[in-house]
Every structure is written in structure tokens, then in C-alpha cells.
Design a protein around this ligand. Sequence first.
Ligand code: AMP
Ligand code: ZN
Ligand code: FE
Ligand code: FE
Length: 285
Amino acid sequence: MRIDLHCHSTASDGTDTPAELVRNAAAAGLDVVALTDHDTTRGYAEAIAALPAGLTLVTGAELSCRLDGVSMHMLAYLFDPEEPALFAERELVRDDRVPRAQGMVAKLQELGVPITWEQVARIAGDGSVGRPHVATALVELGVVPTVNDAFTGDWLADGARAYVPKHETDPFEALRLIKGAGGVAVFAHPAASKRGRTVPESAIAELAAAGLDGIEVDHMDHEPATRARLRGLAAELGLLGTGSSDYHGSRKTCVLGEYTTDPEVYGEITRRATGAFPVPGTGGA
Ligand code: AMP
Ligand code: ZN
Ligand code: FE
Ligand code: FE
């Protein structure tokens, strides 16, 4: 069983449409794939309609959170997408991404970059707009060679010249909302230090005490030593440890199934969830 529990589509900042994502997941030999777009569930219907036989879809989302000034991401799995409290918070965060991206465009214009909101809006399409879309515009304009090169102190990294913060949920509130919608909560790439500041282990312990189910251990932004430390921390705190690609199509270098989750851990996630069931593929549209 090959299980990849963290993937993005054009419903946020991935480059595969939800239908392409599930087809590519099947072609990559995955048995289970999770759709975890930033702050939205809008990709679900298309992914389910296209889901190939033999592939199971885990519905989810990656919720933007902030603890003591540090941005962090909370993966939520198999919650009820219509539960009103979580829905309202998700929409609030997603909607706030628009004025925030417009603010980053304005800052870039002040820095002399000939970027426009129309360009970023075209790149983002229907997706929750984020820094990777702005970064793609910078690549189109020849300002930086790759999306990754836009995430520096010169441009879009946390606190950089053109960075603008967005509304982000307190993670303890996020846990309450996810649980209230029957979901399972996994702290995404908790030690991805190259993206900026990360939360201390003491905070992970507090989140565990508040109902966090697991932490993402195997992830491209964690060095081998970091993974070993996180595996130990998960065992110590009684947390599940997952692995996943954080696939973004061509916007990131990782490939589907680059890291995977143990079938027993996956089984435990499905047993804990009460908001939704994994969706078995029936052949696709
Ligand atoms: P946002 O949610 O708009 O603040 O943007 C966060 C997104 O930017 C995440 O999906 C990350 O995958 C991406 N990101 C963050 N840091 C980097 C980086 N150093 N290189 C490439 N992408 C990054
Ligand atoms: Zn992303
Ligand atoms: Fe993330
Ligand atoms: Fe992600």
C-alpha cells in the first residue's frame, strides 16, 4: 500500500487540476492520495468524479495557522466539509488571501517590479491565491529564475520586502474546529526551518494535549536527522507520524509518493475520523 497524505491542486497553489492530480496519483502507483488544498475543499467534487478505480481519495485541507507569531500549517482529514463553524473559518482565511496578495503586488510595484494583480489573478485562476502564484508571476517577469528563488528575504519569504501576512487561525482553535467537524488533525512539516521560524517542541506537546492526532515526519523539508528527532517526539507524545510529498505539480520539485505514510497509521486516521469516509475510486469520468 502506497499512501500519500498531502497534495495540492489548482484549487489552491498546485498546478494539476483535481482530476489530473488523481489520475497522476494512480499513474504514480499510489493506492491512497489525500487532497489537501490550502484553506479550501473546492477541489473535492472534481477529484471524486475523476477518481480512477483502485485509488482511494482522502478528503482534507491544509489550514493556515499562527502560534505566537509563527506561521504553521495544520492538515485536517476526513472532516465534514459542510460543518458550519469550520466552513466559516476556512472561508475567512481563503477570502483574506485576496487582499493580502493584492498587498504583495502593491509592495512589489513599489520595488519597481512591473507585476499586476490581473497577472496574479490569471495565474491563480479559481484557486486560493497564495505566494506561489505571486512567485510564478515573478518567474514570468524574469525577476527570479524559479518559484523557489522568490522565497528569499528579497521577495516573498516570511518578513521579506514584499511579504504581507494573512489571517491565520490559532492552532488550538483549529483543533477545536477540526474535531467539531469530525476530522483528524496532523501538524504539517512542523520542523521545516528553511521556510522560516518553526514552533518549539513544547508547543507540539501542548497541541498534543489539546487533541492533535499526529505530526508529519517524512517530508522534503525535513533533513534525515530532523525526521529521526520528530519520530522520537511522536512516540514520546503518543502522536501518529505521517509521511507525504506535499506535491504541488510543477510548482515544486517533489513528485507524488516521494514520501508515504505507513498503512497502520493511515488505518488509525480513518478509524478516528467521523466527518467523512475515504472515497474508493470507481473508474472516473
Ligand atoms: P502562502 O500560504 O500564500 O503564505 O504560501 C505558502 C506556500 O508557499 C506553501 O504552499 C509553500 O509550499 C510555499 N512555500 C513556502 N516556502 C517556500 C519555499 N522556500 N520555496 C517554495 N515554496 C515555498
Ligand atoms: Zn502550497
Ligand atoms: Fe504547508
Ligand atoms: Fe502543503
